[in-house]
Design a protein around this ligand. Structure first.
Ligand code: SAH
Ligand code: SF4
Ligand code: F3S
Length: 432
C-alpha cells in the first residue's frame, strides 16, 4: 500500500510547479500517492508564499490546523518561499513541523522527508539542471520553469530573498520537458520565471547563448504543440525583437502580462523598477500596434511608501490609457529584508484601502465595456475543465475564460466558439 501525501499550495504559478515537482519526486522515489483527505495522510506539506504578510500568517494557522487532524505518526513539512526566509524559526514557532525546505531546494525533498528536522534553505543552491520526475495536475497544459530566482531588487519585494539570484535553465532541458509533455497529449506550455524575457543572461554551466525571443521561436517548432504562454515578462526588457516575435508567432498566445506596479515616475524610481511611465506606455502602445488583438494584464501595488494622491492618479491614468483586460492589484505590504520596509511615510491602511477600492471599481467598469464588445465574436478555446450543469470551460488565446454546454469529449480540444452572453468573469457561448 502506498503512503499518502496531502499537499496545500499557496502563492504563484512557480509554487504550483514546485508542488508538482515535489509530488512527482515523492511518488516515483518514495511510493507516495496524493490524497485530498488530510486525516489519512502520512505526509502533510504546505508550500508557502511570502510575497505579502497575509500568506505568512496563513502558514502558521494552517499548521495549527494540521496538528489537530493529522493521524498518529504523520509528518508535517513546510516548503516554499516562507520556508526560505524564516528557516529554522519555523521549528521554534511550530514545533510539530518535521522539516523545512526552501523554494530553491525542492530537489532535496526525498532527503528532507527522511531526515529528522531537516533544514534546506540554501539560496546559493543550484537546481537549474536537476532532472525532476514528470507530473502535472492538468493533462492538457503544463507549466515549465525556464529560470529560477530573480536578479532585480525591487525595493518592496521579498522574492530575491526567497528564491535567490537568477539562473536560466539550459534550453535542451526545457525543450526535452516540453516535447515529453506534448507526446503525452499536452497542447499548451506555460513558461515560468520571475523575469522570463531576461532569459539566457546566466547559466550555471557553459551553454550556447540564447535569448527569450529565440527560446520562444525554437519551442514553437515542436510538432503538435498548439499554444505557448509565459509569465512574467518585465517591461524593462520588452525590446522590439521580443514584441515582434510575440506578435508574429502564431503559437504564442496573445495575452501579455506587463506588471506596471505604479504609474508614477517618482514611485517607480523608489521601487527601483528601472522604467518610467513613458517607457511603459511606449511599450504597451507598440505592442497594441503590432498585435491589435492582444489582451494585456498587469500587477499594481497601491500605497507604496510616500505615494501621494498625484502619484496614485498617475497610476489611474495608465489604467485609463492602456485599458487592461485584467489587473491583479494589491495594497503595499511591508516585507522583512526589503528596502521599502525602512522607508519613511508608510501609507495608512484607510488610504490604502480607499485607493485599492477606487482602482478596482474603475477597472470593473472598463472591463464591462471590453467584455460587451465580445458579443457574437468567434474565438478559439482550449477546453480543459468540466463545470456543473453539463458545461465545459476553457481559455481563449487571449486568456478569457469561456464556458459552453458540453461534456468530456471536448476536453483537451481546441474549438471555435461563438460568444452569446459575455459576462465579466466568464464569456458564455456555443461551439460553432
Ligand atoms: N517577477 C514579477 C512579480 C512577482 S511577485 C514581476 O516583476 O512582475 C507578484 C506581484 O506581487 C508583483 O508584481 C507585485 O505586484 C506584488 N507584490 C510583490 N511584493 C509586494 C509587496 N511587498 N506588497 C504588495 N504587493 C507585492
Ligand atoms: Fe520581485 Fe521585482 Fe524580482 Fe519581480 S522583478 S520578483 S517584483 S524583485
Ligand atoms: Fe511566488 Fe509567493 Fe514565492 S508569489 S515566488 S510563492 S513569495
Amino acid at each position: 500500500m502506498s503512503k499518502k501525501l496531502f499537499i496545500q499550495t499557496l502563492g504563484c504559478a512557480m509554487n504550483v510547479r514546485d508542488s508538482e515537482h515535489i509530488i512527482a519526486e515523492l511518488s516515483k522515489k518514495e511510493d507516495y500517492s496524493l490524497t485530498e483527505d488530510i486525516k489519512e495522510a502520512d505526509l502533510i506539506l504546505i508550500n508557502t508564499c511570502s510575497v505579502r504578510e497575509k500568506p505568512v500568517h496563513k502558514l502558521f494557522s494552517e499548521v495549527g490546523g494540521f496538528e489537530k487532524v493529522k493521524k498518529e505518526g504523520a509528518k508535517i513539512g513546510v516548503c516554499g518561499c516562507t520556508a526560505s526566509h524564516l528557516g529554522k524559526e519555523i521549528f521554534k514557532r511550530a514545533p510539530s513541523v518535521d522539516f523545512v525546505l526552501g523554494a530553491r531546494n525542492i530537489s532535496k525533498i526525498v532527503q528532507a522527508v527522511n531526515t529528522p528536522k531537516f533544514l534546506g534553505v540554501d539560496l546559493e543552491y543550484d537546481e537549474s539542471e536537476f532532472d525532476f520526475e514528470d507530473f502535472r495536475v492538468n493533462p492538457y497544459k503544463t507549466l515549465i520553469n525556464i529560470s529560477i530566482g530573480c536578479d532585480k531588487s525591487c525595493t518592496y519585494c521579498i522574492v530575491p530573498h526567497t528564491r535567490g539570484d537568477e539562473i536560466s535553465i539550459p534550453f535542451h532541458i526545457i525543450e526535452k520537458e516540453a516535447k515529453k509533455a506534448v507526446e503525452k497529449g499536452v497542447k499548451e506550455i506555460f513558461l515560468l520565471g520571475q523575469n522570463v524575457n531576461n532569459y539566457g543572461k546566466r547559466f550555471s554551466n557553459a551553454h550556447p547563448r540564447i535569448d527569450f525571443s529565440d527560446l520562444l521561436q525554437r519551442l514553437s517548432e515542436i510538432e503538435n504543440l498548439e499554444r505557448i504562454r509565459f509569465t512574467s515578462p518585465h517591461p524593462l526588457h520588452m525590446d522590439d525583437k521580443f514584441l515582434r516575435v510575440f506578435s508574429s508567432n502564431e503559437k504564442i498566445c496573445k495575452s501579455m502580462h506587463m506588471p506596471l506596479q505604479s504609474g508614477s515616475d517618482e514611485i517607480l524610481k523608489a521601487m527601483k523598477r528601472g522604467y518610467t511611465k513613458e517607457w511603459y506606455l511606449n511599450r504597451a502602445f507598440k505592442l497594441k500596434e503590432l498585435c491589435p488583438e492582444v489582451s494585456i494584464s498587469t500587477d499594481i501595488i497601491v500605497a507604496f511608501p510616500n505615494e501621494s494622491e498625484r502619484d496614485f492618479e498617475e497610476t489611474m491614468d495608465v489604467i485609463e490609457r492602456v485599458r487592461f483586460e485584467q489587473i491583479f492589484s494589491f495594497k503595499y505590504s511591508k516585507r522583512p529584508l526589503t528596502k521599502a520596509a525602512l522607508m519613511p511615510n508608510q501609507i495608512d491602511e484607510k488610504t490604502a484601502s480607499r485607493r485599492l477600492t477606487h482602482l478596482q471599481n474603475r477597472h470593473a467598469e472598463i472591463l464591462d465595456e471590453i467584455v460587451a464588445t465580445k458579443k457574437n465574436a468567434e474565438v478559439e478555446v482550449l477546453f480543459e475543465e468540466l463545470r456543473a450543469g453539463n458545461a465545459v470551460a476553457g481559455r481563449t488565446n487571449t486568456n478569457f475564460l469561456v464556458q459552453t454546454n458540453g461534456s468530456e469529449e471536448l476536453l483537451g480540444q481546441i474549438k471555435r466558439v461563438k460568444i452569446t452572453n459575455p459576462r465579466r468573469m466568464v464569456l458564455y457561448g456555443e461551439v460553432v
